[in-house]
Write a protein that binds this ligand. Structure first.
Ligand code: HEM
Length: 276
C-alpha cells in the first residue's frame, strides 16, 4: 500500500485520543481536551527546539541557535492566543464537566515544567510534586542535571571573551550576586555594541522574546481562568487565581532584563552598579 496522508500522520490513532469523561459527553469537553492536547504537541516541539538550540550554542553555531529560539517564539505567539478559544465556552458550560477533572490540573503538565527547567527555572518543589509519576519524574530529574539555555548562552559568551561567569553550587548569596552582576554587564556590553556583536545580540534578543512570550502566556491564562471560575480554588488544589498571579513575574533570563535598566542615551553603561 502506498503511503497516504492519513497513514503518515496516524490520523486514525490521533482522533481516537480525545476520550471525554462526562457521561453523557458534554458538548464542550471535546474542545477542552483538544486545546490541552494541542498545547502538549506544541510543548514537545518547543522542547525539541530548545534542545537543538543548546547543542547549537555548545557548537558555536549561533545563527542555528537563534533560528531555533525564534521558532519557539513564533509557537509561543500561537500558544498565547489559543488560550482565548476556551472563552467561547460559557463559565456555566465549563462547570458542566469541571468536576470530572478533579484532581487533575495543568499544574501537572510535565512538558510545561520541562520547558521551565530547560529555560532556567529549575525548582525542587515542582520536581517533588511529580513523585508519584515515574515517567514525568525521570524526565524532569534529567532536566535538573542538564545544562539550561542560560548555561549554554553564558558559556558561549565566555568562549567569545566576555566576562560572564557561571553560577557555582558552593557560592554564598553575596558571591552569587556578584556573578549575576558580571553576567548582566556582559549583556550590557552586547546591547551597547550590537553592530559589532550582532550574532550574540540576535541570540540574546531571541532569548528575551522567549521569556517575554512565556510570561504573556501566564498572563493570558490567569485572565482566562478568572473569567471562567473567578477565585475558586483550582482542580489541582491550589488557591487558583491567587496562586497563578504569584507566577507572573518569573523570569528565565533576569540578566537580560536587568541590563536594560542601566542603558542610557550616551552609553556606555553610566549608572550601572556593576560597571568596572
Ligand atoms: C478552563 C480552562 C482552564 C482553567 C479553569 C484552568 C485553571 C487553572 C488553575 C486554577 C491553575 C492553578 C493550579 C490548580 O490548582 O489547578 C492552573 C494551572 C495551570 N494551568 Fe490551567 N486552566 C485552564 C486551561 C489551561 C490550558 C488550556 C493549559 C494549557 C496547557 C493550562 C495549563 C496550566 C499550567 C501549565 C498550569 C501551571 C502554571 C504554573 O504553576 O505556573 N491550563 N490552571
Amino acid at each position: 500500500m502506498p503511503l497516504s496522508y492519513n497513514k503518515y500522520l496516524r490520523v486514525a490513532d490521533l482522533i481516537e485520543l480525545q476520550g471525554c469523561l462526562s457521561d453523557p459527553a458534554h458538548h464542550d469537553e471535546l474542545l477542552f481536551i483538544t486545546i490541552h492536547q494541542t498545547y502538549e504537541l506544541w510543548f514537545k516541539q518547543v522542547l525539541h527546539e530548545i534542545d537543538a538550540a543548546i547543542i547549537a550554542m555548545d557548537g558555536d553555531r549561533v545563527a542555528v541557535a537563534t533560528r531555533a529560539i525564534e521558532r519557539v517564539v513564533e509557537i509561543e505567539k500561537i500558544l498565547v492566543t489559543q488560550i482565548h478559544l476556551l472563552e467561547t465556552m460559557t463559565p456555566l458550560n465549563f462547570l458542566g464537566f469541571r468536576d470530572e477533572l478533579n484532581p487533575a490540573s495543568g499544574f501537572q503538565s510535565m512538558q510545561f515544567r520541562e520547558i521551565e527547567f530547560a529555560s532556567g527555572l529549575r525548582d525542587d518543589s515542582i520536581l517533588r510534586a511529580f513523585h508519584d509519576d515515574d515517567f514525568a519524574h525521570a524526565r524532569l530529574a534529567a532536566r535538573v542535571e542538564a545544562p539550561t539555555l542560560g548555561d549554554a548562552f553564558y558559556s558561549l559568551l565566555r568562549r567569545r571573551g566576555f566576562d560572564a561567569p557561571a553560577d557555582g553550587t558552593t557560592h554564598t548569596d553575596a558571591e552569587r550576586l556578584q556573578l549575576y552582576g558580571r553576567r548582566t554587564r556582559a549583556v550590557l556590553e552586547i546591547i551597547t555594541h550590537f553592530e559589532d556583536r550582532y550574532e550574540e545580540f540576535k541570540l540574546a534578543e531571541s532569548l528575551i522574546a522567549h521569556d517575554e512570550y512565556f510570561s504573556l502566556w501566564r498572563l493570558h491564562h490567569v485572565k482566562m481562568v478568572e473569567r471562567m471560575v473567578g477565585t475558586k480554588p483550582g482542580t489541582g488544589g491550589s488557591e487558583g487565581v491567587g496562586y497563578l498571579r504569584t507566577t507572573l513575574d518569573k523570569k528565565f533570563f533576569p540578566e537580560l532584563w536587568e541590563a536594560r535598566t542601566y542603558l542610557d542615551t550616551k552609553h556606555g553603561g553610566a549608572g550601572c552598579p556593576f560597571a568596572k
